[in-house]
Design a protein around this ligand. Structure first.
Ligand SMILES: [Fe+2]
Ligand SMILES: [Fe+2]
Length: 231
């Protein structure tokens, strides 16, 4: 998960740097966007130090998980609407998981410190992403709104699913082959606990979509397929 957080922040920073490059340097959005880039870079360093301290080793985006990330990257960078939605989704899914780590407690004080720091700083980024998304969705054309609604559940689910790659089971010594690692991954992802965590990690995302009025019929069906009710 720490490796995935570093990569997610890299994707966000890459897109934000591109927006800054295209924006009017005097635009009021530029200083804050640069500030977010700075904070995300600090978080990534913090996650990398934690990986080293815990001795977990890093995970590269390979196989199906890597392909999902490579597909998402250009999509996020091209549309501010999709970017702000994805930023909100990444941060709320991550934040739910960090809250869960703190709630359950661990043997690692350094990990808990990192969770606490990240939760405080991300609360600001989340309101920045939410306000921008609401504003951009309101002003978007009908076709853009439609694509945003269709992509919303896919993006949120992809974020949640790529966090834990099957290779963790190989490194933990509970699977010796890729096939075995994938069957453990599938069993874990279908377990009631993981399904429940997935639904909970998307609660704030679906609340934002409802606030934007992006919870129409087509989108409801896609969310339902993923086990999330837009009630
Ligand atoms: Fe962050
Ligand atoms: Fe952030």
């Amino acid at each position: 998960m720490l490796s995935a957080f570093i990569r997610f922040e890299g994707v966000l920073n890459q897109a934000m740097a591109r927006f800054v490059r295209r924006a009017d340097p005097m635009s009021p959005d530029v200083p804050y966007t640069l500030h977010v880039i700075e904070e995300e870079a600090k978080h990534s360093r913090m996650f990398a130090r934690l990986v080293a301290a815990l001795g977990t080793g890093g995970y590269s985006p390979t196989g199906l998980h890597g392909a999902v990330e490579r597909l998402a990257e250009p999509l996020i960078a091209q549309s501010r609407l999709i970017f702000h939605y994805s930023m909100y989704a990444v941060e709320s899914v991550t934040d739910t998981l960090l809250a869960e780590i703190l709630r359950a407690g661990t043997k690692y004080p350094a990990l808990e410190d990192v969770c606490r720091i990240h939760r405080v700083e991300e609360a600001r980024h989340m309101s920045f992403a939410a306000e921008n998304f609401l504003d951009e969705y309101r002003r978007a054309s009908r076709i853009r709104k439609f694509f945003a609604r269709v992509l919303a559940p896919v993006i949120a689910t992809a974020i949640y699913e790529v966090l834990t790659p099957p290779s963790v089971y190989v490194r933990a010594g509970v699977a010796s082959k890729t096939k075995q690692a994938w069957s453990l991954w599938l069993a874990s992802h279908r377990s009631p606990q993981r399904m429940d965590l997935r639904v909970r990690s998307m609660a704030r995302v679906t609340m934002l979509l409802k606030k934007a009025g992006a919870d129409r019929a087509g989108s409801r069906f896609a969310w339902r397929l993923l086990g999330v009710e837009l009630s």
